[in-house]
Design a protein around this ligand. Sequence first.
Ligand code: ATP
Length: 261
Amino acid sequence: MAMVAELAGVTVRRGNAVLLDSVELVVGEGERWVVIGPNGAGKTTLIQLLGAQLYPSEGVVGVLDEVIGTVDVFELRPRIGLSSSSLAERIPAGERVRDVVLSAGYAVVGRWREDYDDYDMERATRLLASLRIDHLAERTFGTLSEGERKRVQIARALMPDPELMLLDEPASGLDLAGREALVDTLSQLCEDPASPATVLVTHHIEEIPRGITHALLLDAGRVVAAGPIDETLTDANLSRTFGLPLTVEHRDGRWGARSRR
Ligand SMILES: Nc1ncnc2c1ncn2[C@@H]1O[C@H](COP(=O)(O)OP(=O)(O)OP(=O)(O)O)[C@@H](O)[C@H]1O
């Protein structure tokens, strides 16, 4: 199977802090990974490495047949779809939703002087429709609800027809109905064989969409367990990851966990 991303012996340090410690990961074509771990585990740092936004202190990060550090990241980034709160914070409040999505083709935030052709326009319209937000195309980003913003970010991540999609906590901050609606949408994406390889980060296993094939459990920068989700998301592994006894449930394609105390 072709490799989409690989981390080999990757450590990230900031001062005395070790954000990621000797991490190994191989994401193959067609795989959909979820990265789970408590606050501060290093999940966002991992996504930043895969998104060519950060260099490792040690080890090798390979993404789409390129090695980070030896490649022009401005050529690589448009091949990667990224949705994260730090990217969303950089979107100007006055930017029209259609332009938020269109500008992803250039991996820039904020429309400036790029030329968009009919194909780009049609693709943006199609993506907004598939995420059920086509009625918001002319609204400004700053006027949207949290759930609507999350959908715009996913449409933006898909715009460049990426070979790798990275979703950092796509359902955070949503109410129950908003979360369930978004998990349904993400499930459709993950179950679609035409979708790119995906790495999705969450704290909550209830937010894992159907169609996720693999899981990486992280704690304090270290990999607790990684592999096919059915073998990896076990009571023992999740309990080690979060440091308390947990029982994992898997029903109708969705996951849940509760404390055994
Ligand atoms: N520049 C820095 N200097 C020191 N520590 C840092 C720096 N940046 C991040 N950290 C620490 O690295 C750890 C990992 O951060 P990261 O954002 O990757 O975790 P996370 O798993 O995404 O957390 P959360 O679930 O809370 O978003 C955290 O403890 C954070 O405080």
